[in-house]
Design a protein around this ligand. Structure first.
Ligand code: ADP
Ligand code: NI
Length: 224
């Protein structure tokens, strides 16, 4: 385990907090805060390097492909500016680069225990009640329909297809959220995912029961 030099963790918290103010798509500071705490918990349970995990968790969304130009490297710039040793910067960036979900057909690339822990923490925040709240926040932010019964669920074979998809928000449960429980790395996260996954299923069952109430198929006779 390595200790944080010059309270770098606290300085990074302040940096990330100020960078994510006003973010309304479910990737706000509180998402980072939850992932940071969960990653720390998993790191201790799974004997990962706590310093690498903390920094990677704090910086994991700062260069996200959805909100930045390709090749964005604010995490790297920040750590360099803070004069962290090069080999540690490399380890942190390696974690960040492997964390993000790229669609059902893309392989899971988290190779080190540090990357696995941060990826699991991020994915646990994408399921359960909080995951549902974030998903509808994202859908609202990008003007997506809540649901459209004429668009059946789509899974994507590769990252390009996943990125392009503009479907309704319920589709995101099928293209991502319901798949996450089987894509977790660590034993600790797999246990935590059980209830969160069950909650997704319960939510969908209730959603469709309400939607289909007295229409049978979900689409009424007169509205096509
Ligand atoms: P990752 O952190 O693996 O890169 P994302 O940033 O793509 O994952 O997704 C994080 C969360 O943002 C999702 O779990 C979901 O709540 C929301 N989100 C991302 N893409 C969509 C989408 N197309 N529709 C609805 N919610 C989405
Ligand atoms: Ni995230």
């Amino acid at each position: 385990m390595t200790a944080a030099p010059d309270n770098l963790t606290q300085r990074t918290i302040d940096f990330v907090k100020s960078s994510s103010l006003g973010e309304v798509s479910g990737h706000d500071w509180w998402h980072i805060y939850r992932v940071y705490n969960m990653a720390l918990y998993l790191a201790r349970k799974e004997n990962a390097d706590v310093f690498i995990v903390e920094l990677a968790a704090l910086l994991h969304d700062i260069d996200d492909w959805k909100f930045n130009a390709p090749g964005s490297c604010r995490a790297h710039e920040w750590l360099t500016q803070c004069r962290l040793e090069k080999n540690k910067i490399r380890k942190i960036i390696d974690v960040i680069e492997t964390v993000s979900y790229k669609g059902a057909g893309e392989p899971n690339k988290a190779a080190t225990i540090e990357a696995q822990v941060v990826q699991d923490a991020d994915r646990l925040d994408a399921i359960g009640a909080i995951g549902i709240a974030r998903t509808f926040a994202y859908g609202g932010c990008y003007g997506r329909e809540i649901y459209n019964p004429y668009c059946p669920p789509v899974l994507h074979e590769n990252f390009e297809a996943y990125k392009k998809n503009q479907s309704h928000t319920i589709n995101h449960f099928y293209e991502k959220l319901l798949l996450l429980k089987n894509m977790l790395n660590t034993a600790t996260a797999k246990v935590l995912a059980v209830e969160r996954h069950a909650f997704l299923e319960k939510f969908l069952a209730e959603f469709f029961a309400e939607w289909n109430f007295n229409t049978g198929s979900g689409t009424s006779e007169i509205i096509k």
